[in-house]
Design a protein around this ligand. Sequence first.
Ligand code: AHR
Length: 658
Amino acid sequence: MIYKGILSCVIAASSVFGTFAQTHTLEINTKKTGAAVSPTMYGIFFEDINYAADGGLYGELVKNRSFEFPQSLLGWQAFGNVEVKTDGPFERCPHYVVLGFTGHKECATGLQNEGYFGIGFTKDEEYRFSVWAKATDGEATIDISLADQSTMDENQERAKAQLKVSGNEWKKYELILKPNKSAQKGCLRLLLNGTHGVALEHVSLFPVNTFNNRENGMRRDLAQALHDMHPGVLRFPGGCIVEGETLKHRYQWKNTIGPVENRPLNNNRWQSTFHHRLFPDYYQSYGLGFFEYFQLAEDIGAEPLPVLNVGMACQFQNWNNPAAHVPVDSLQPYIQDCLDLIEFANGDANTTWGRKRVEMGHPKPFNLKYLAVGNEQWDDLYFERLRPFVKAIRAKYPDIRIIGTSGPDSEGKMFDKGWKAMREIKADLVDEHFYRNEQWFLSHGLRYEGYSRKGPKVFAGEYACHGKGKKWNHFETSLYEAAFMTDLERNADIVEMATYAPLFAHVDGWQWRPDLIWFDNTRMFKSVSYYVQQMYACNKGTNVLPLTMNGKPVAGQEGQDGLFASAVVDKRKGEVIVKVINTSDKPQDVTLNLNGLKGARSATATTLHSDNMDAENTLDNPDAIRPVETAAVCQSKKNMTVLTDRLPAKSFRMYRIK
Ligand code: AHR
């Protein structure tokens, strides 16, 4: 969403204030259409870090809903006569609880779930409670409520309902709870009413109003934010969680499909990496599994890009320990996982894995085109494992584009070795990762100009500017990301996709920052970096246009006063789009010569700017910095369309010219 109108005077301002010492002339050749910009160019990378999945995007509000955490009642407060048993109806999630009469009517038996940092609920919204249950000795009654413990009210219950459970067969029960007041950190209470006992399994609570109203769906505001970025690609599920700190805990996609009640719990690789929390209770329920990822990609219009394990555990955690990884001659099950995933995504109902997708409710293929094998691996340990994967995938699915990785370094010996190996292995794309500081982003504005145009394309799969001064998500770093991204755009012939990382963070449960989108239990805000990504993704055009400034490539070089720029044409809309970033601390005059266009034309200018480099968006002030759109005018000069402007110091401005 872009604010309109307020700055309309700014475009005219250059003539009022006169010109600065140097006007920077951008020559844009609108008739010489360059490389196509890949529709996948600007995407998103989702990993379950910072409580991005359970407790975040995934709509489930109950923590440890299947009692499968190693401490079965973690997240639950149990009182009275509560017993945990292990012969439940779901083979891979065998735990459940039995609530029994205490023997005294005044001593209640019950359970209370704390959710993820509390359960957030909103007045008058509907919440679907569901549970698998059976009566243990005649019809049982459970009082179910959403409560707000933070209040001193005599009655903390904000929504109440009663559930009758009869019969000693496991059945699924559902009811709707509608709170009469909101709570940020509420809880779910189940209270045994009467003397008859009941067994409970998979206790679940979802907002009814999920994104696209799916029952096992996504939190609406967070998924909508993804949708509104118009991402071209969705990379999932990680990141290091693909590898696991040991192979036992690697991400196994086959465990994440089918009925949610029977998806086994997995450790989360990020479980013990919090700086500010002592108790690690971070697991993967797999409720948000591969079917849901594919569906989400479809819902937000992005190409799905799964990353699968290459037979290696996290190399950072298993430094120089070849024994941590699968021997090269034992990789077949891992390779088979890749082949089966392609069948799951694209196969028809007559195939083993295609049928599973159809049974889950998606008869049409997901049209998978990309597959990454290995996350952030490096050196020979990786190369020798990747080779047999590539051979097997090429043999069966020659059209799938395979993505390898150059490891965690943004340049240097190991990075070069990775790229060399990827060329030899003939990967289609190479996934580069760079979390670097301000200086790096400012000095790499011509990174891709020097890349060979032969061989694999670039996927900048994880990147973000990390403030040296230990600041996070503030305006300045986002501005430098915008500057750097002009280089991705100018080099669209070699850069096929790029995804900022990480994507989400819960304000109470993060371990990594900066992040693109922050949230608590009921609210969210988009960082300035989100708006940078959105401005690029929604305005990527169809083809690059050649552009020079003062006769040189544009990227903050000497004599260019910290200016960065790129230009594209959108052939479908008939628009030229020019992005200019002024990273210097003084205003800069620019003249855009639109060679090949004639006459005065209407245009818009969208600006992302703050006077305060440390300013950031927050939950309480989510709109502190966001793009503002104004009208702009292009004049006719020397038989050419020309736009003159003065860019504020430290600003990102994008022009759209009809
Ligand atoms: O994005 C966070 C982590 O950074 C990813 O899991 C990993 O690939 C990289 O090291």
